[in-house]
Design a protein around this ligand. Structure first.
Ligand SMILES: O=C[C@H](O)[C@H](O)[C@H](O)COP(=O)(O)O
Length: 236
């Protein structure tokens, strides 16, 4: 049956299929979260089932775990593997330096742990995610201990940010992460001047588990296009 996909989904699918084709036998993989990474997990699952490709994957969220399991991809934990050959994941913004904002699906904390252990971290996006300056389109997600939410919100406001506690779409009250934490989305009007300084400030706020700034982690960015082409940007 012919798939009818939107232009955005065709672009995401192209990037996902491209990274699945880059996977080699025996690789230990990080499996990302979100709608773009899901295309890669599905394409990888096809290779596992149809070609007998032998790989293992570490999922970055409950959702990625469920999808990978359904696709027949063998899963391991970080107790089983010391390092990963390749991790793939989506992103909300990608800067020209290949720095990222991630976490629209509230999975950024586990995603960062997995990406940091990978020899190659391949980011899958469509053109709409490329920005000149981080923070121009999306806020920075900050995963926070519930009892620390108010002090962190106040500190962010003092820094000139516009933070909001992320609320559930299908639930009254705050979004709860896979770790049982909450998420604050901090918008920085005009974008982020110094992402490295901001990352240090956010990481040292008491009660913050982790934030969605991924700096210096991406080695490759695959930019999918609606016509099925994929532009490959490598970290210099
Ligand atoms: O927490 C969610 C992740 O960081 C996603 O990888 C990111 O939000 C991109 O998601 P999508 O591919 O659905 O745009």
């Amino acid at each position: 049956m012919q798939e009818t996909l939107s232009a955005a989904d065709r672009a995401k699918k192209a990037a996902g299929e491209k990274v699945a084709a880059m996977v080699e036998p025996g690789m230990r993989l990080g499996l990302g979260t979100g709608s773009t990474a899901a295309w890669a997990i599905r394409a990888l699952g096809r290779r596992v089932r149809e070609e007998g490709l032998r790989v293992v994957g570490v999922p970055t969220s409950y959702a990625a775990e469920q999808l990978a399991r359904a696709e027949g991809i063998p899963l391991v934990t970080l107790a089983d593997v010391e390092a990963l050959d390749l991790a793939f994941d989506g992103a909300d913004e990608v800067s020209p330096e290949l720095n990222l904002i991630k976490g629209r699906g509230a999975a950024h904390t586990r995603e960062k742990v997995v990406a940091s252990l990978a020899r190659r971290f391949v980011v899958l996006v469509d053109e709409s995610k490329l920005v000149d300056r981080l923070g121009t389109r999306w806020p920075v997600p900050i995963e926070v201990l519930p009892m620390a939410a108010e002090p962190v919100l106040r500190q962010l406001r003092r820094m000139g940010a516009e933070p909001v506690l992320r609320m559930g779409k299908c639930k009254d009250g705050p979004v709860v992460t896979d770790q049982g934490f909450w998420v604050i989305d901090a918008r920085f009007p005009g974008g982020i001047d110094d992402p490295h300084a901001l990352a240090v400030t956010l990481s040292t706020m008491p009660g913050v588990l982790d934030h969605g700034l991924f700096l210096g982690l991406a080695t490759d960015v695959l930019v999918g296009q609606a016509d099925g082409q994929v532009r490959h940007i490598r970290r210099p």
